[in-house]
Design a protein. Structure first.
Length: 322
């Protein structure tokens, strides 16, 4: 998939910071052990030096290179076990002198055997989502700021409190579920759809989840600029591959054949990838059917419906009607 150069640069810079920090920690710990327990330090250095012996044996010519490799590898493994036992005996974790890379698979290089490591893929999704969120005018919101007192009908208030509990559980469980439900927020203007979508986004972003959050108008405007004005970003990759996509106020965009095709492509791709999407709209189900083709509505109506009701909270807040 394609990402902008800025996204790649940010991901690479974060990997570099992780690796440099891990190596600094390893250097500091090694120095600590050298000063406090020289015998452990010397054993650790012998283990590290066998790496160079192993490399030389593997490249060596003549004689039985494999036999030499096997002997050096065995000596290395025994040396490691010995160093770990000595560390444990002196009150340290056995892996204290291992370099504490963030990703032990690629050692914070971003690649394994010429293939992109999963940690690099996560960073690319994170920064691509951040790039698209930067165009969003939607404010960051928090669950603790929910104003249930604005819902005058007790049944509506109870329903919204129950729905909020569900949204919070959705966030708590998000990283531990293999597949998270997509949701369709339905309701008239000002009933809290955007507020709670933003709460979900804010909470998940704080957990390190790559969330793409933009209004339908902002998303499709960004896609049009990239398509027709050669803007050097890739909002489509962010929309398709982020851990969670939130499209706010669907139906507010200027609908064209291009936007309809992009909407279908993004939603269908995310369904095929088993990635969750949240869509909010002021339109009724019937209005959505009239505005969008069957391929789009059949997929959106497969999302978990969350119906918001009550008065226009924005208007009540503006008038001070509590």
């Amino acid at each position: 998939m394609a990402y902008s150069r800025e996204v790649y640069d940010k991901a690479r810079s974060e990997l570099d910071r992780r690796r440099e920090n891990a190596e600094l920690v390893n250097f500091q710990r090694t120095e600590e052990i050298r000063q406090r327990f020289p015998e452990i330090y010397e054993q650790e250095m012998r283990v590290r030096n066998t790496f160079f012996e192993l490399a030389a044996a593997m490249l060596g010519k003549g004689g039985d290179a494999q036999e030499a490799v096997d002997k050096i590898r065995a000596a290395n493994e025994e040396g490691q076990r010995s160093a770990r036992r000595m560390l444990k005996a002196n009150g340290y974790p056995e892996d204290y002198l291992d370099t504490p890379y963030f990703c032990m698979n690629c050692k914070d290089t971003g690649s394994i055997g010429g293939y992109t490591c999963d940690c690099m893929k996560l960073l690319l999704r994170k920064y691509a989502a951040e790039e698209l969120r930067n165009v969003s005018t939607i404010k960051e919101q928090h669950f603790e700021n929910a104003r249930f007192d604005l819902y005058k009908d007790e049944r509506v208030r109870a329903s919204m409190m129950q729905m909020t509990d569900f949204f919070q559980k959705y966030c708590r469980d998000f990283k531990w579920k293999d597949e998270n439900r997509s949701m369709l927020f339905l309701g008239s203007t000002g009933t809290g759809k955007t507020f709670f979508a933003s709460c979900i986004a804010t909470e998940l972003i704080s957990q390190g989840v790559a969330v793409t959050f933009a209004s339908a108008y902002e998303l499709f405007s960004a896609l049009e600029e990239e398509k027709f004005k050669n803007k050097q970003t890739d909002s489509k990759s962010a929309a398709i591959h982020s851990d969670l996509l939130i499209i706010d106020d669907l139906g507010s965009e200027f609908k064209t054949a291009f936007t309809e095709a992009e909407l279908f492509g993004i939603i269908n791709s995310r369904i095929n990838l088993s990635l969750p999407t949240i869509v909010t709209t002021n339109l009724s189900s019937e209005e959505l059917k009239r505005l969008y083709n069957d391929r789009i509505t059949s997929r959106i109506f497969g999302f978990l419906p969350c119906r918001f009701s009550g008065g226009d909270m924005r208007t009540m807040l503006a008038k001070g009607s509590l």
